[in-house]
Ligand binder design. Structure first.
Ligand code: ATP
Ligand code: MG
Length: 507
């Protein structure tokens, strides 16, 4: 039952609760983004699941985060449970067929899926500062650190590269302040301490190589189905900042790497952003603006972004305005803020004279939603009270054993498992420090031969220091030059990519 042009969502109901018609998401508007909202336990994850199934069947790869582990069931064949079969009948899904989907499991910690990594350079100063919750002054220092890395040909791949660079910057704080503006030892020290915290939280796994290749989340199977990348996010959710920063990074990578494609008959990739409120929670305005910009522009690259969150008020208005396909599950309306959320949610729909939207939102049953998809010419359809179809894959989590099997058979098995630690800032700075030390020792030998008055630690007093320090400088300069030569073309990659990073640089 593969429909070429649309995804079956469920069946809308008439005011007397009888069957009205099939509700569908038109694939050609799949890149016009979407929103799935609702209180806990109202059916958001199942709605995400049936949308992901639909996209996969249409040949569209999907990336989604699995917050509670209950989305993993999408990799297994569903079972004919009574309530599911009944729901299938209600929405006239006939035949109700079961299916397992091609899933690739990913995990930033490398435990419940293939490790996902990014390099520090790719992440860029803006996202890193957000990840580390830096002050404005510290963010300034971070920007300078990236500039220095670029200029001096130091590759920033993992956390220890960044640590080494910061230590180096602290040593040269005076010199660098003169060149770039305020680089104080305390602010560098504060960043270094935050880095340690980040490391303790397990982020060290995430930074390094091999970094994720975008092509690996855009795979299709031989029978033409889109791979569903499922990111294990239960542990990740304990570090919401890392979660949000990672997904932002991924979105900006997609934006940077994919070509403009204009209007397609279906998206190139669909990206589900669960717990989307974490993206925007106490995010600085500049970041929200960037997100808004990326969401707006990524459409023309054929990427659809679907935000999943409890409350539509969680999403900034400018972003909300761009989310065309909407599934609104039930909301509670006890407190004034909840009532406000219900009104906001109701106001965003094209009204249906058959019912009052705000009232309906509070009365929806589990797995029922107000649905409005984009129809002809990309105009939002009149909102409909819709029973969502049951999934074809398993409802609920898979076992650790099932997961292991899928990971072992994955098309990327073996590709990301081993960390590759090639020469980068850490190693280079270490080597440089050693060279400088050797040169110093040599100079000292020469000096002590030429001057009878050298006492270690009192050179300047004795007037032999000048010669040596100029000597040291020359050696250091030579080292930098050789580094620049040896790194060569990879310096280009050290320049921060991603609209989120590159725009920050131009600020
Ligand atoms: N379309 C549906 N068809 C059949 N059953 C459904 C459907 N949607 C939801 N359900 C039932 O409701 C339960 C809860 O749904 P779901 O897990 O999607 O809620 P949720 O909004 O994601 O909750 P939470 O916020 O806690 O993650 C499901 O386990 C399932 O039993
Ligand atoms: Mg859920």
């Amino acid at each position: 039952m593969v429909d070429e042009t649309s995804i079956f969502i469920g069946a809308s109901r008439k005011p007397d609760d009888s069957y009205q018609r099939a509700e569908e998401l038109l694939l050609r508007y799949g890149n016009r983004h979407g929103l799935v909202t609702g209180a806990t336990g109202t059916g958001k994850t199942v709605s995400l699941q049936i949308l992901a199934e639909g996209f996969s069947n249409a040949g569209v790869p999907v990336f989604c985060a699995d917050i509670k582990g209950d989305l993993s069931g999408i990799s297994m064949m569903g079972e004919a449970k009574d309530f599911l079969v009944k729901r299938a009948e209600q929405v006239k899904l006939d035949p109700y067929q079961f299916q397992e989907f091609p899933v690739i499991f990913w995990d930033l910690f490398g435990e419940q899926g293939h490790p996902i990594r990014a390099t520090i350079s790719e992440m860029g100063p803006l996202l890193l500062s957000r990840l580390m919750n830096l002050t404005e002054a510290q963010e300034g220092v971070m920007n300078i650190a990236f500039r220095i890395a670029d200029e001096e040909g130091l590759l920033l791949l993992d956390l220890k590269d960044l640590q080494a660079l910061l230590a180096n910057i602290a040593e040269r704080a005076d010199e660098l302040s003169a060149r770039y503006g305020n680089v104080t030892k305390p602010s560098v020290g504060a960043i270094q301490r935050t880095l340690l915290v980040l490391e303790q939280q397990g982020a060290a796994n995430f930074f390094g190589e091999p970094a994720l290749r975008i092509a690996d989340i855009m795979r299709t199977t031989r029978d033409g189905r889109g791979a569903i990348s499922v990111l294990a996010a239960d542990k990740l959710m304990m570090n919401p900042r890392l979660y949000a920063t990672f997904l932002l990074w991924l979105m900006s990578e997609l934006f940077e790497e994919l070509p403009e494609v204009g209007d397609l008959d279906k998206p190139k990739l669909v990206f589900f952003f669960d717990e989307a409120h974490l993206l925007f929670e106490d995010a600085p305005k500049v970041l929200i603006d960037r997100v808004e910009q990326v969401v707006r522009l990524i459409r023309s690259k054929g990427v659809g972004v679907y935000f999943v969150t409890q409350n539509p008020l969680d999403i900034p208005e400018k972003v909300l305005a761009q989310l065309g396909n909407r599934v609104q599950h039930a909301l509670r309306a006890y407190t004034p803020r909840e009532q406000q959320a219900v009104r906001t949610a109701a106001d965003t729909f094209r009204p249906n004279p058959d019912f009052d939207c705000a009232t309906a939102i509070t009365q929806l049953a589990t797995g029922e939603a107000l649905v409005s998809m984009l129809e002809d010419k990309g105009v939002p359809a009149m909102v409909q009270r819709t029973l969502i179809r049951p999934p074809s894959s398993r409802l609920g989590p898979i076992t650790p054993d099932e997961r292991r099997k899928i990971i072992a058979q994955s098309p990327v098995a073996g590709q990301y498992d081993q960390v590759v630690d090639r020469e980068s800032a850490f190693e280079i700075l270490q080597k440089k420090a050693k060279e400088a030390q050797d040169a110093e020792a040599q100079a000292q030998q020469q000096n002590s031969g030429g001057s009878r008055w050298t006492i270690p630690g009192f050179d300047d007093v004795l007037g032999t220091g000048n010669r040596r320090s100029s000597n040291r400088q020359t050696v250091a300069e030579a080292a930098i030059k050789s580094v620049v030569r040896s790194v060569g073309s990879s310096v280009g990659r050290a320049i921060v990519r991603g609209i989120l990073g590159s725009l920050a640089r131009g600020r």
